[in-house]
Design a binder for this molecule. Structure first.
Ligand SMILES: C[S@@+](CC[C@H](N)C(=O)[O-])C[C@H]1O[C@@H](n2cnc3c(N)ncnc32)[C@H](O)[C@@H]1O
Length: 284
């Protein structure tokens, strides 16, 4: 992975800023994203013996699930732009020989062996960060055999995801700058617009594109109570952006305000919001 490529800012962010926190809080993120990942894995429907690439695989939660599904006669390659994520993924997957990993920018780099294109490409929330999404999905298609498939999950608009819009709205009171990336820019909500996402996939030569809404509870902090929910909320992309904009005292004041708001949303010992995503499928 070159540090001068089109996604070098994302590489730096996911390696040095967000990566270490994501690795540390993996259990919380898995708890939060589990329902959505399962929905995408269900439509992927990986079969024994298949070859699959997991784009933006992070610390390998879904790569390991796919490894189980394809079994010893198949393989899955987890690709991620972050060395921090891939180091953690390799450690977690050391007992699964059919899962291997590569540090790669999925927009520009080859992932599957040239002589053995994958049967399918998959992602759980790992495809919204490309500088050029059409180029990225074209490159992903080039890694998949003709007739092969694509299945991924991405967030709908932040306003339809209160787990981020509530804390981000509060953080915004502590800084003159936005705490979420501009509309359609690389970031967790880059594909909020279903029509635009469909156009991107079609322009990248994916066919039979289907983008379905899916909703499920989004629990913050692994359901381990208010402190954990606050910790995770302040580690989201909005929290990371705020941290870069303000001094420590202001960040602490914002954290206190977010804590007060989340405390009002506690139910049965957990902070849970409705979560809304798109589950996208297509064929090559
Ligand atoms: C929100 S995390 C999701 C991680 C993992 N899929 C999961 O669900 O636990 C997004 C991941 O996408 C990766 N990523 C961002 N841009 C990428 C790119 N251009 N190529 C490959 N991976 C990328 C990040 O490093 C990060 O690990």
């Amino acid at each position: 992975m070159s540090d001068t490529g089109p996604n070098q800012l994302q590489a730096a962010y996911w390696t040095s800023a967000a990566g270490p926190q994501w690795v540390q809080q993996q259990a919380m993120f898995d708890h939060m994203l589990g329902h959505f990942g399962h929905a995408a894995l269900k439509v992927l429907a990986a079969q024994a013996g298949e070859h699959i690439i997991d784009i933006g695989c992070g610390t390998a939660t879904t790569t390991l699930a796919i490894a189980d599904a394809v079994g010893p006669t198949g393989w899955v390659i987890g690709a991620d732009i972050s060395t921090t994520m891939i180091d953690a993924a390799r450690q977690r997957a050391s007992a699964s020989p059919q899962a291997t990993f590569v540090v790669a920018d999925a927009q520009t780099e080859r992932i599957a062996p040239v002589d053995q294109p994958a049967d399918a490409a998959f992602s759980r929330f790992g495809v919204m960060f490309f500088a050029d999404p059409v180029a990225a999905f074209t490159n992903i298609a080039a890694n998949v055999r003709t007739g092969g498939r694509l299945a991924f999950v991405c967030w709908q608009h932040e306003q339809d995801n209160e787990w981020i819009s509530l804390p981000a709205g509060i953080m915004r009171q502590f800084t003159p700058e936005p705490v979420l990336p501009p509309r359609n820019a690389p970031g967790p909500f880059a594909f909020h617009d279903r029509g635009r996402l469909g156009e991107i996939l079609s322009a990248a030569e994916w066919h039979d594109v289907l983008i379905e809404p899916f909703s499920a509870p989004t629990t913050m902090g692994g359901g381990l109570g208010l402190d954990a929910a606050v910790t995770q909320s302040m580690s989201t992309s909005a929290g990371q952006i705020l941290r870069n904009q303000v001094d420590e005292a202001t960040f602490a004041a914002a954290t206190k305000a977010v804590r007060a708001a989340l405390s009002e949303r506690m139910l049965g010992g957990a902070v849970t919001f409705p979560g809304n995503v798109w589950v996208a499928t297509a064929h090559r």
